[in-house]
Design a protein around this ligand. Structure first.
Ligand code: KG4
Ligand code: ZN
Length: 346
């Protein structure tokens, strides 16, 4: 038994998309972070909301039990329950929300609602192994399957969106391009692997120019589709024969677009502490591109540990911990919301 009465123990529950993930934190330190992935969606080429919420219902009790047991913590020792309140798939969010409310009510401990996008950013504040904690203010490029944002983080409670995607997210661009090439879902990690054996200069794709620090990836996807359709008319094996080069060129374009706006935001704000967050921050090319700016632009960069890139309970628990310190609690009538905005400084 690991209990220390001077510490706060926060249970974090993430269920916004297709991962049921639960973590236990002792203050900022991880005791457990357990995730059940849902393989079922691969058969359909994308996340099926109804199947996702059903799988969350099946997974949530065993995953919570596994996290508590790994943390060697009794449920009675928890200080608060934090849960993802949005954005995400409503049916999936409701499973985590209802479970969190019931547990908080049964244990008579505070309930804390957490914004998923704030949590991706605050994952950097988790005290774990060799992960470096950024100092404030820092800029965070959050790139996931549903979102692409440049966020200025003044402190854990004051996050300001400087720019975001106006249509597809960066992860969506990876996944949709992979689907066009006939690769299974989620395509991002596969494109990353194939790109490592390809030539990024082999093909050129459209780079949309948006105002300010905003992004747009839908034009790139369409450009990629039309390009392949044209080439396949002449050579039906075009994709098969050029898979690595296609992946490297596509990935290179996405990274170039992401980095251009990030560099502009860093220059305008004068901030040189730069972090990556979200599922796409696992991308090896993007991690390399960020690291390269340490010598070329004098940036101090922060790459999350791989387990904190994609959706995880630990990022919900760390955000819950900071909200706990401020006694920012949710009532039992609080409801999840599919389209939640990242709260601006409060
Ligand atoms: O943050 P996340 O787990 O879920 C959302 O909140 O969306 O991000 C999932 C996204 C997917 O689009 C997936 O293809 C992408 O992250 N992804 C990657 C890599 N690993 C995950 N994209 C590119 N390269 C990777 N290595
Ligand atoms: Zn996410």
């Amino acid at each position: 038994m690991y209990f220390c009465p001077m510490s706060e123990y926060i249970l974090g529950i993430e269920s916004s998309c297709d991962d049921t993930s639960v973590a236990v934190l002792q203050n900022r330190k991880i005791l457990a972070n357990v995730t059940a992935n849902q393989q079922i969606h691969a058969e359909y080429g994308g996340v099926v909301p109804e199947l996702a919420s059903r799988a969350h219902q099946q997974n949530i009790v065993p995953v919570v039990e596994a996290a508590l047991s790994q943390a060697q913590i009794k449920v009675q020792n928890l200080s608060a329950i934090a849960f993802t309140s949005g954005p995400g798939l409503l049916g999936s969010l409701l499973v985590g929300t209802s479970f969190a409310k019931s547990l908080a009510l049964a244990l008579q401990i505070p309930l804390i609602e957490v914004n998923h996008m704030q949590a991706h950013v605050l994952a950097h504040l988790i005290d774990h192994k060799n992960q470096k904690t950024p100092s404030f203010p820092f800029l965070c490029l959050t790139v996931s399957g549903g979102h692409t944002q440049i966020v200025q983080v003044n402190n854990p409670y004051d996050l300001k969106i400087l720019g975001e995607t106006l249509d597809d997210a960066a992860g969506e661009a990876f996944d949709k391009a992979a689907k066009i090439m006939g690769l299974p879902y989620p395509g991002g990690p596969l494109i990353d692997q194939l790109a490592q054996q390809g030539n990024g200069q082999a093909f050129t794709f459209a780079r949309p120019s948006m105002t300010g620090y905003n992004y747009s990836f839908s034009g790139l996807k369409t450009n990629f589709l039309y390009f392949l359709q044209k080439e396949m008319k002449q050579n039906p094996n075009f994709i098969q024969e050029n898979k690595q080069d296609l992946c490297a060129s596509l990935q290179g374009t996405i990274i170039a677009v992401l980095m251009e706006k990030l560099e502009a935001a860093a220059q305008a704000t004068g901030i040189k502490h730069i972090a990556l967050a979200g599922g796409v921050s696992a991308n090896s090319g993007l991690r390399k591109a960020l690291k390269a700016r340490e010598s070329s632009l004098g940036w101090e960069t922060y790459l999350p540990n791989f387990e904190f890139c994609t959706d995880n309970g630990a990022m919900i628990a760390i955000t819950g911990y900071y909200k706990y310190l401020k006694q920012d609690f949710a009532g039992l009538s609080f409801s999840a919301s599919a389209r939640k905005k990242l709260a601006l400084g409060h």
